[in-house]
Design a protein around this ligand. Structure first.
Ligand SMILES: Nc1ncnc2c1ncn2[C@@H]1O[C@H](COP(=O)(O)OP(=O)(O)OP(=O)(O)O)[C@@H](O)[C@H]1O
Ligand SMILES: [Mg+2]
Length: 236
């Protein structure tokens, strides 16, 4: 059984074909990165997997269950959690209040104190989220997804806009997730991708251009040309 199976998904916005007969599958416990140029349909794919956007055609399976017609709420109950490309937090509330709210909404047995201690953010508990650094806010987003005790996490650019140091902290948090949690990450930062991913799917213009392990993606000539670019080639 796969954690996610996306079968022949097509999505158009007006005349724009955003996803074109896209299929992919992700094994339980895998760390999968999805990369590709801006506007290539990565976030749209997450929206379709989580159910906030309906595909024009195609099917989605989560842990073997056909969820194509299920609401985002029902998909979340199967253990599917996500973070967003931009922050999605209660900025005027403290970190502790944000966590407590999320614990309540999810009827979680976890204690906010233990949870924050475990993720090394307890010392910031009374700070309003708007006063946290951007990198800390991204960490909090990750925590709010974790509160749901997910089996499957979809992370949309979790390190976008953060400093290099904070990017490392976030990468380490993701590395610390239990292996039974399947993690799918959309990411532009190739250092993060190569640190985290078992396999990498390269999207281009709404289709899977290539899928392979780190080494295969690193050395694939077309992938290098269209995505990694000459400048990054030296860094990786
Ligand atoms: N609700 C919408 N209505 C109309 N067009 C949309 C909508 N959502 C996305 N698009 C368009 O679909 C295309 C794919 O967008 P998407 O956000 O999925 O790309 P992306 O790969 O996540 O890009 P980025 O790397 O910049 O985040 C873009 O051209 C975008 O403008
Ligand atoms: Mg996006």
């Amino acid at each position: 059984m796969k954690a996610i199976e996306v079968k022949d998904i097509t999505k158009k916005y007006g005349g724009l074909k955003v996803l074109r007969h896209l299929s992919l599958s992700i094994a339980p416990g895998e760390r999968r990165a999805i990369i590709g140029p801006n506007g290539t349909g990565k976030t749209t794919l997450f929206n379709i997997i989580t159910g906030v956007t309906k595909p024009d055609s195609g099917k989605i399976y989560v842990f073997g269950k056909n969820v194509t017609r299920l609401s985002p709420y029902h998909r979340a109950r199967l253990g599917l959690a996500r973070t967003f490309q931009r922050n999605n937090l209660f900025f005027n509330l403290s970190l502790l209040d944000n966590i407590n709210l999320a614990l309540q909404v999810n009827r979680s047995q976890l204690k906010a104190k233990d949870f924050l201690e475990n993720w090394a953010l307890y010392h910031r508990k009374n700070v309003k989220v708007k006063e946290l650094s951007y990198g800390e806010q991204r960490q909090v987003e990750l925590l709010l997804a974790l509160v749901q005790s997910p089996r499957l996490m979809l992370l949309d650019e979790p390190t976008a806009g953060v400093s290099q140091g904070e990017s490392r902290v976030i990468t380490e948090m993701i590395q610390r997730l239990p292996r039974e949690v399947t993690v799918v990450i959309i990411e532009h930062d190739m250092e993060v991708v190569f640190n985290l991913a078992d396999r990498i799917t390269v999207l281009n213009r709404g289709q899977v251009l290539y899928e392979g392990n780190r080494e295969e993606v690193r050395t694939h000539p077309t992938v290098k040309d269209i995505y990694l670019g000459a400048a990054e080639e030296e860094d990786i």
